[in-house]
Ligand binder design. Structure first.
Ligand SMILES: Cc1ncc(COP(=O)(O)O)c(C=O)c1O
Length: 485
């Protein structure tokens, strides 16, 4: 029988997990540093039983050490049972290693993070998960064709660094779309492509903020933006929300000269209410008088089921105070990680300077493909279809859940968005219910967690875009019923 060929020798340079560099400033002798490095690589799983390690001479040359130093390290590692000398076959990691003492770092999002709580963890979507568009209804064939075409036809220059502010054709498409659909008149130069809302906030704050600036934040408000902003050297000022949206007068009372206000005027996150025209005007007045910036997070405004989509707050902005934030996460799919921000005209130069310092841009291939998807009319067709589909799924979900759960929940439909709120009685505990719902596979989210200072209301937030039909709605509603007991 033919002997299997020996394993190739480990190359520490090609494995990012293996660090054999020697620190000559340390008091620890160099042969012991080598021992330590090998043990760490083995314990962390970068080196496995049977892997060949470099020959003494090769490693000595690589690390610029005397051969004797490496020999000494290998002898100790062999004595301790980490390495095994196999004569002509070289030295290998021992096949009889003890169980690793240190475990590999977790590849998933830590379970205590808010992203994980919203199921942003790279795993399959779960029933009723928030913030997801209908993944079954995205025109994947068309998309695959478009991406494939861009991939096949990309010129060598496209392999270089992309423009940090975004691919020019996509910036143009976004500017046109915003003008036509959202009433936002802007130049392509004002549009900066980002990887999502948090990247948009990072770019905005780095361009316009100084440490300690006060920042109005809706209470309750978008739960994923909160920890980001709390880490971003701004002082969050929670401003309560009622059925007309952010209470601007309260904001003025709590922090009259705040530098920023982050708002979701079209479909308040999470309550779903719309910011009234009166409040819109009051907010714009305040920003103009106080010299403040309003960040309009217009994340899912495209989906409106009663009347026409409302124009964006930005469309009423006569004094260049609104920074408009949009995303492709809802209108296409969140795995794209493409979003955008429209900088105020007066701040374009600052955004430009900061965007090139902050990151090296988003991948060309997807930006170009989205530009094609828009140019060929698929984007508006898809939106139109989704508006109809979501209207159906929303109605079915509300009806079936309300019927099945009776007076345990109350779902008052809001005119837009992709999620609904099942309100609970004040003496219910939404966190507890949510935990139990998760145990039976439902991925809703407890409303009370979205509050900061305001008195929390009890409720369950449910994404309805992936509730495919009445049977599925019934199956899920029955599960929730079990949870209520
Ligand atoms: C309130 C709010 N803003 C923005 C976003 C979009 O975030 P991103 O563009 O990072 O996917 C979401 C997504 O769920 C959201 O709920």
């Amino acid at each position: 029988m033919k002997k299997p060929p020996p394993k190739p020798e480990l190359d520490p340079k090609s494995d990012p997990g293996i660090d054999l560099t020697i620190d000559r400033t340390l008091e620890l002798p160099m042969y012991l540093q080598i021992c330590q490095r090998f043990k760490t690589a083995i314990e962390q799983g970068h080196l496995h039983a049977g892997d060949r390690v470099p020959a003494v001479r090769a490693l000595a040359t690589e690390l610029n050490l005397a051969r004797g130093t490496v020999e000494m390290a290998y002898r100790i590692l062999t004595d301790e049972g980490y390495l095994q000398v196999r004569g002509a076959a070289g030295t290998v990691v021992s096949p009889h290693l003890p169980q690793p003492a240190v475990h590999k770092p977790q590849a998933t999002v830590p379970s205590h993070s808010i992203s994980a709580a919203l199921d942003h963890d790279g795993r399959a979507p779960k029933p009723l998960q928030l913030g997801l568009p209908a993944l079954d209804a995205f025109p994947r064939k068309v998309w695959n064709r478009i991406v494939g075409h861009r991939l096949r036809s990309s010129e060598p220059m496209r392999l270089g660094y992309p423009h940090p502010a975004g691919y020019d054709q996509l910036r143009e498409r976004i500017a046109t779309y915003l003008g036509v659909s959202r009433g936002v008149v802007c130049l392509p130069e004002q549009v900066f492509v980002t990887t999502g809302l948090r990247n948009t906030l990072e770019l905005t704050l780095s361009s316009l903020s100084i440490v300690g600036n006060e920042f109005w934040f809706e209470d309750p408000g978008y739960i994923l933006a909160r920890p980001f902003l709390q880490n971003a050297a701004v002082k969050l000022v929670p401003v309560p929300v009622d059925e007309h949206g952010l209470i601007v007068e309260e904001g003025k009372r709590l922090s009259p000269y705040a530098k920023f206000a982050l708002v979701t005027p079209s479909h308040q996150s999470p309550l779903g209410v719309t910011l009234s025209l009166e409040r819109r005007m009051a907010l714009l007045d305040w920003a103009s008088n106080a010299g403040s910036w309003i960040i309009e997070d217009d994340y899912d405004s495209e989906f409106r089921y009663q009347g026409r989509p409302l124009p964006a707050l930005k469309s009423l902005d006569r004094n260049d105070r609104v920074i408009y934030a949009g995303t492709f996460s809802k209108v296409m799919f969140p795995g794209l990680r493409l979003a955008y921000v429209v900088a105020p005209l007066s701040a374009v130069a600052r955004f430009q300077a900061v965007s090139s310092n902050l990151n090296a841009g988003s991948p060309y291939l997807f930006q170009a493909s989205v530009a094609d998807f828009m140019a060929e009319g698929h984007f508006s067709r898809h939106l139109k279809k989704m508006r109809m589909l979501y209207a159906e799924r929303r109605a079915i979900t509300q009806r079936v859940f309300q019927q099945e759960l009776g007076d345990r929940i109350r779902i008052n439909l809001q005119p837009g968005g992709m999620h609904m709120l099942a309100q609970l009685a004040d003496d219910e505990n939404d966190v507890l219910l949510d935990e139990r719902a998760r145990a039976v596979g439902l991925a809703m989210h407890p409303l009370s967690r979205w509050y900061i200072d305001a008195k929390p209301r009890q409720g369950l937030l449910m994404g309805f875009a992936n509730v495919t039909d009445e049977r599925e709605a019934m199956r899920l509603a029955k599960k929730l019923k079990e949870v209520f007991g």
